[in-house]
Ligand binder design. Structure first.
Ligand SMILES: Nc1ncnc2c1ncn2[C@@H]1O[C@H](COP(=O)(O)OP(=O)(O)OP(=O)(O)O)[C@@H](O)[C@H]1O
Length: 256
């Protein structure tokens, strides 16, 4: 990757406002995420973090301003963007193996009708290795733990070789091993030049994995380098009337 490419903006928010019908959710967001960098979206429940991720995917409309993804519109960039949802929507009883789930990440590249090539199988094996689940490739997806299933969904996103990866609270309720695998995978993707957007309540994720932070509660309360933006004062402003405790690296809302 050249220096020029490494400075390419993967995501631009330009006075972007997002709404569900007539209900405004996000107002006038501004910020840029470069390729090879990660940004943490931090804010209380209902702040609009998932909504921003859906707007970047082109699933919720931008009603004013602009969201530019990989130099184009969210809808046009979609094939180069991978998404790991907050809760997996795959029925655990559905009889599908771990490697079949990860292969789903390749379908946008190979099409639904063509058989996977050797390159597709290699991409799947590498993605599973990256999340530490190679030995579970033939296991049924539904038999894995919640944290392991989350890692499989991350592997599915990695196998897609995205230029932008969107993770919606991927660290909720996962064990330390899964958390490490997730952090490692984010680091590898960044090194490969992908940009990463991760919504989280865990400030350690922002410190460990993210170059930048976007503080959100319908409005933006800060967007910039993690160390500069992630201050107790700004967090309190973002969480508004809620009483807050910073317990270790987690934001705990003690009173609403
Ligand atoms: N499909 C929808 N239609 C209308 N309003 C919605 C819809 N989805 C979410 N909202 C509203 O948008 C606001 C932001 O929700 P969102 O899920 O983006 O918040 P969040 O920051 O991701 O919260 P959490 O941390 O709880 O996941 C909330 O007020 C929610 O009720």
């Amino acid at each position: 990757m050249t220096q020029q490419q490494s400075r390419t903006a993967a995501l631009v928010l330009d006075k972007a406002s997002v709404a569900y019908g007539h209900i405004p959710v996000l107002e006038e967001l501004d910020g840029t995420v470069a390729s090879g960098e990660a940004v943490a979206l931090i804010g209380p429940n209902g702040a609009g973090k998932s909504t921003l991720i859906k707007a970047i995917l082109g699933l919720v409309p931008v009603v004013r301003g602009r969201i530019e993804v990989l130099g184009t519109t969210p809808a046009q960039a979609r094939r180069d963007v991978a998404y790991v949802p907050q809760a997996d929507t795959l029925d655990p009883d559905f009889p599908v193996s771990v490697e079949q789930v990860v292969m789903m990440g390749r379908y946008r590249k190979i099409g639904w009708l063509r058989r996977p090539s050797a390159a597709d199988r290699t991409a799947v094996a590498q993605a599973l290795e990256q999340v530490g689940l190679s030995e579970r490739a033939r296991h049924r997806f539904g038999t894995l733990s919640g944290g392991q299933r989350q890692r499989v969904l991350l592997a599915r996103a990695i196998a897609a070789q995205p230029r932008l990866l969107l993770l919606d609270e991927p660290f909720n309720g996962v064990d330390a091993v899964s958390q490490h695998a997730l952090l490692d995978a984010i680091a590898v993707l960044k090194r490969q030049g992908a940009a990463v957007v991760v919504s989280t309540h865990d400030l350690s994720i922002a410190h460990l994995a993210c170059d930048e932070v976007c503080l959100l509660n319908h409005h933006q309360f800060g967007f910039g380098p993690t160390e500069a933006v992630l201050t107790p004062e700004r967090l309190r402003a973002t969480y508004g009337g809620h009483a807050l405790e910073l317990r270790g690296d987690r934001v705990i809302v003690t009173q609403t």
